[in-house]
Write a new protein. Structure first.
Length: 201
């Protein structure tokens, strides 16, 4: 696999894809509303993605990340960080902490213990705001994110590689949830992403 010569993603991203039996296909332009949060059965996140009509909608514009940025736009960083435990961002990651593990997608019968403290969530939120402001000021794919396209799958990873029946619609985000939420909160309608597929062989 000629990792360093692939123009679509940087080497770190390509190594991660290779490990999970995925490959980049091409750059495509997608509507921001068609970007979906990654589904993980074991985390049972549906309650965080219930829309006003009662349906489950994993769109990035219906995500805790997006709604947290909209709140930031309204009340500013000081108030957001001061009350971070009342944000949907906190609820989202605290729920994952309570579950306490994720399935090891490289060995699906195994569990990876994953805990996240309040301090870590607070620091993640601060970095999220910094990322948003960087994108607001310099744009998507500007340094230091020049080769960091958001990458997506037309078929959810759990269905594509683990044979778990999840009827997700295109496009599930593989990498770049925070960047996608930032672009959505900034009002972007269409963005370029890298479409991924299952590696051959």
């Amino acid at each position: 696999m000629a990792i360093s010569n692939d123009p679509l993603l940087d080497e770190k991203d390509l190594l991660h894809l290779h490990k999970h039996r995925l490959r980049p296909l091409k750059i495509i332009k997608v509507n921001i509303n068609d970007l979906k949060h990654q589904h993980r059965t074991e985390l049972d996140y549906d309650f965080m993605f219930r829309s006003k009509d009662g349906n489950i909608d994993y769109s990035i514009t219906n995500s805790p990340l997006y709604r947290t940025l909209k709140l930031y736009q309204k009340i500013g960083q000081w108030r957001l960080i001061w009350g971070y435990r009342r944000t949907e961002y906190y609820t989202f990651f605290k729920h994952a902490d309570k579950v306490g593990f994720i399935r090891d997608w490289l060995a699906p019968d195994n569990k990876i213990i994953r805990r996240i403290s309040d301090k870590e969530i607070k620091n993640k939120l601060k970095r999220f705001i910094k990322l948003y402001e960087n994108i607001r000021k310099t744009g998507y794919l500007a340094p230091p994110l020049s080769a960091r396209y958001i990458s997506v799958l037309a078929i959810p990873y759990e269905t594509l590689c683990l044979n778990i029946d999840f009827q997700g619609k295109p496009y599930e985000i593989w990498s770049g949830h925070h960047r996608a939420a930032a672009l959505a909160a900034l009002g972007e309608k269409e963005i370029d992403v890298v479409l991924l597929d299952k590696a051959q062989g």
